[in-house]
Design a protein around this ligand. Structure first.
Ligand code: SDX
Length: 459
């Protein structure tokens, strides 16, 4: 990992009287904003930074993915996402994310072989599924089964052995589609379909999802191409919530199976990877374009928890470049299934038109994100809504592992341990049991709620 280039400027710390109390280095990367290195801030000034959702915090240095939210740019190792989605295969992009360069023909052949020959799961692992209720959410199964993989592969959990790291990476990328497809088969009471080594990554996933033993299943090449593009646009996205989770768990030296399982749990949230499932539920709820104004009104109402799912993004303050790719894929797939006039796509387009003409969304720079169209594509292919986030998890496994690998190989890496602004009770004496009052006793000192904003000190 190349060290940050130090910018030719310093961040000067002065006290209330303007007296210089210290200086902090400023670093600049290849692209994007510069950063103030605050690692010495507490020691030098006695002050800590306060950034609860890390909106202004660079948690690491990375060479994998660059996002320019204002310009709607997404690069993986310098390659624009639309070119990768158009021209590459998911395994090419996984290789690029992991090792920094697009693979040569021989490297791709070897990587594909390494992945292909790890797609089966230990036969004993299949017994896990009998323990899950049919209606179990696939993400509950995925996070459980992926974490359990460390029990089956203790030979690849030593994170300081590069060879073991590589085998774990191969195993996770290879087995995620198998584990996810088995969750779907379990939910519909059909037998598991084994991976087929003659199929490519996307076609193999579709085959494991939809093939049944009594008859041959032919993978639709348009669907396979759509899945390939969907996997690529969801493969990595800088330090999003689930990737930060994988880095946080990995920083404790937990094994990669446990770290990825934690990432799956984080991705499940409807504000994150669960949004594509939530978009479909929302469109079904809206039902007809005459209801759009009501839902737009609700999305703008601070007293209503409803948000326009698939809209907005912490980083993109312009159109998410992945949403553009997905919109194109959506049209191709719907054309393939003869649903050019799919009512849900028409409703989604009308919702986008109305929202992008509404000043609430324009003022807040809320545009469709990757999840807005990805659900419609998957629904047209026949993937059940509950499996949408599982597919996102399959895709993001390459990104999670590339970021995890980069963290482990970073010489400055330490266990992640943020601090806090403490707003609780000051020191107080223990109260004997017979002197206490219950919390419900209104005359008791009511527990003070967390302040919405920290108390401002000074002027
Ligand atoms: C992903 O981080 C990543 O990179 C994630 C991801 C990846 O690849 O890993 O890109 C994948 O998670 C995409 C996002 C999927 N989530 C959704 O589509 C859920 C709906 N979107 C929102 O909940 C929201 O936009 C977030 C969670 C995505 C971003 O939230 P932020 O950055 O915390 O934004 P915010 O809550 O500070 O919103 C700013 C304002 C607020 O209004 P005001 O307080 O200024 O009046 O915009 C409003 C919000 O209420 N707002 C929305 C909205 N999103 C933000 N209002 C209505 N509908 C929305 N969708």
């Amino acid at each position: 990992m190349s060290q940050n280039a130090q910018a030719d400027k310093k961040f000067r710390l002065a006290d209330d009287g303007g007296q210089l109390i210290g200086e902090l280095p400023v670093f600049k990367g290849t692209l994007g904003f510069e950063v103030v290195d605050v690692r010495q801030l507490l020691d030098k000034s006695g002050y800590c930074t306060f950034d609860p959702s890390f909106g202004s915090t660079a948690s690491c240095r990375s060479t994998i993915t660059f996002i320019d939210g204002d310009k709607g740019i997404l690069l993986h190792r310098g390659y624009p996402i639309d070119q990768l989605a158009e021209k590459a295969t998911y395994l090419e992009v996984a290789f690029l994310l992991l090792f920094g360069e697009l693979p040569s023909a021989s490297e791709l052949a070897q990587f594909t072989k390494d992945i292909t020959y790890h797609t089966m799961v230990h036969e004993q692992l299949t017994r896990f599924y009998a323990g899950f209720p049919r209606e179990a959410h696939p993400m509950a199964i995925l996070s459980a089964v992926v974490s359990a993989l460390s029990a089956f592969y203790p030979d690849s959990t030593d994170i300081f052995d590069p060879q073991q790291r590589l085998i774990s990476i191969h195993r996770l990328i290879a087995k995620m589609p198998t584990i996810a497809a088995m969750a779907y088969k379990n939910s519909v009471g059909q037998p598991f379909i084994y991976p087929q080594n003659h199929l490519d990554y996307s076609a193999n996933f579709l085959n494991m999802m939809f093939a049944v033993p009594p008859e041959p299943y032919k993978v639709n090449p348009v669907f396979a191409r759509a899945i390939n593009a969907l996997l690529i646009v969801q493969a990595d996205h800088e330090q999003n919530a689930s990737t930060s989770t994988v880095r946080m768990v990995g920083s404790t030296r937990a094994n990669p199976f446990a770290s990825v399982s934690a990432g799956i749990a984080a991705l499940w949230g409807p504000l994150h990877g669960g949004a594509n499932e939530a978009v479909l539920d929302m469109l079904e709820q809206i039902g007809d374009k005459k209801n759009i104004p009501d839902f737009i009104k609700r999305a703008k109402d601070k007293n209503d928890s409803f948000r326009l799912m698939g809209f907005g993004h912490r980083v993109y303050k312009s159109y998410d470049p992945r949403a553009r790719v997905m919109q194109k894929i959506c049209e191709e797939v719907l054309h393939e299934v003869g649903a050019d006039n799919d009512p849900l796509l028409k409703l989604a387009r009308e919702l986008e038109r109305v929202a992008l003409a509404d000043e609430y969304f324009v003022d807040r720079k809320l545009y469709p994100n990757v999840d807005f169209y990805s659900g419609i594509v998957q629904r047209a292919i026949g993937i059940p809504v509950k499996m949408f986030t599982a597919l996102f998890a399959i895709a993001r496994t390459a990104g999670w592992l590339a970021q995890w690998k980069e963290m482990i190989e970073d010489p400055d890496q330490r266990i992640a341990r943020p601090r806090q602004l403490y707003c609780g009770e000051d020191t107080r004496e223990y109260v004997p049991l017979d002197k206490r009052r219950s919390m419900t006793d209104t005359s008791a000192t009511v527990h003070k709620p967390m302040p919405s904003e920290p108390a401002i000190v000074g002027g």
